[in-house]
Design a protein around this ligand. Structure first.
Ligand SMILES: [Zn+2]
Length: 321
């Protein structure tokens, strides 16, 4: 059977037709979100792309097994209403109902979910967490996004705002966060945080008259410290180790809270691949409360930018091993 997954981002609306046996995205289309416009226009574009994909493949849209939308913000999957999404004009927005209306479908179920939760569901169905009934996915990007799967279900929380692991405090009284607290994990473990630490170290070296090859970087990004560390630069190694320790601290907190079978790491920093896992593992192992062999495995997420589409398409289907 075929399903459609829609990944609504702040920049692009990505729509994909997914084979729900193989999890393959058969066809994908996208269009700019243009986040400043009214929600109704965004939904019209979603519906248009769904119809275009089905028409081009000769599929009757009414034959789809389901259509799922991954949306930013606080999403109630039972009502299909987005309570709010900070980067879109969504405020108690009836996303599922409006999409059904614009699509003109009657019997195709339409599901909605928070985007980070949908990505975690995608990894649980078809990616790094496949075969595990309890898992977490963290995305290390501008912030730290996250989704939690417990006993084959997305953990939503009583108010559907659950899964904000990036906002657990790991440094009391630490760096101010956009959420209003201080010392949140995402202020130390996002790509943004790594860039900040890199810049701080370069300034520290300059002030101390110490050379670091990071000074030669034209633009500081999330790879600057990693690349220079691999080239043997001492200051870069210090930045990377500090970052890894903060990242590991939050990972140990997650493990201590609910002992997932797998934690998948996605986002820009996960491009470091196995070396990131290898750096984290000894620290996480040394600090694990339950240090037996059935320990939580750390993995790099495998679906990349497709996790949202696949996760949205597969909403309300069961996990398969
Ligand atoms: Zn915060």
């Amino acid at each position: 059977m075929y399903r459609i997954g829609i990944d609504l981002g702040g920049t692009n609306i990505a729509v994909g037709l997914v084979n729900d046996e193989t999890f393959e995205i058969v066809k994908k289309k996208s269009t700019p979100t243009l986040a400043d416009r009214e929600g109704e226009e965004i939904v019209e574009d979603m519906a248009r792309l769904c119809h275009e994909i089905c028409d081009e493949l000769g599929i009757n849209i009414n034959d789809l097994a389901g259509i799922g939308v991954a949306s930013p913000g606080i999403v109630n999957p039972n009502t299909g209403i987005v309570k709010r999404a900070s980067n879109l004009k969504f405020f108690y927005f009836p996303l599922a109902e409006m999409l059904a209306d614009k699509l003109g479908v009657k019997h195709v179920p339409i599901y909605t979910e928070n985007d980070a939760n949908a990505a975690a569901w995608g990894e649980a169905c078809a990616g790094a967490c496949r075969g595990s009934s309890t898992s977490a996915m963290i995305t290390l990007g501008t912030g730290v996004g996250s989704g939690i799967i417990i006993n084959d279900r997305i953990l939503s929380g009583s108010n559907y705002a659950e899964g904000e692991l990036g906002h657990m405090v790991i440094e009391f009284g630490g760096i101010p966060c956009s959420c209003g607290r201080r010392g949140c994990w995402e202020s130390y473990s996002s790509a943004t945080a790594l860039i900040r630490m890199t810049k701080e170290k370069i300034e520290e070296c300059k002030a101390a008259g110490r050379y670091t090859s990071m000074m030669k970087a034209e633009k500081i990004n999330g790879r600057t410290a990693c690349d220079n560390m691999r080239a043997g630069d001492e200051a870069a190694t210090e930045v990377y180790n500090k970052y890894i320790n903060y990242l590991a601290c939050g990972i140990n907190n997650i493990i201590n809270i609910f002992q997932p079978e797998v934690i998948a790491i996605g986002g820009g920093i996960s491009g470091e691949g196995q070396s990131l896992i290898d750096a984290l593992t000894p620290i996480v192992d040394a600090n694990m409360y339950c240090g037996d062999k059935a320990r939580t495995r750390l993995k790099i997420a495998t679906l990349g930018n497709d996790a949202g589409i696949i996760g949205a398409a597969m909403l309300r289907t069961g996990l398969r091993s």
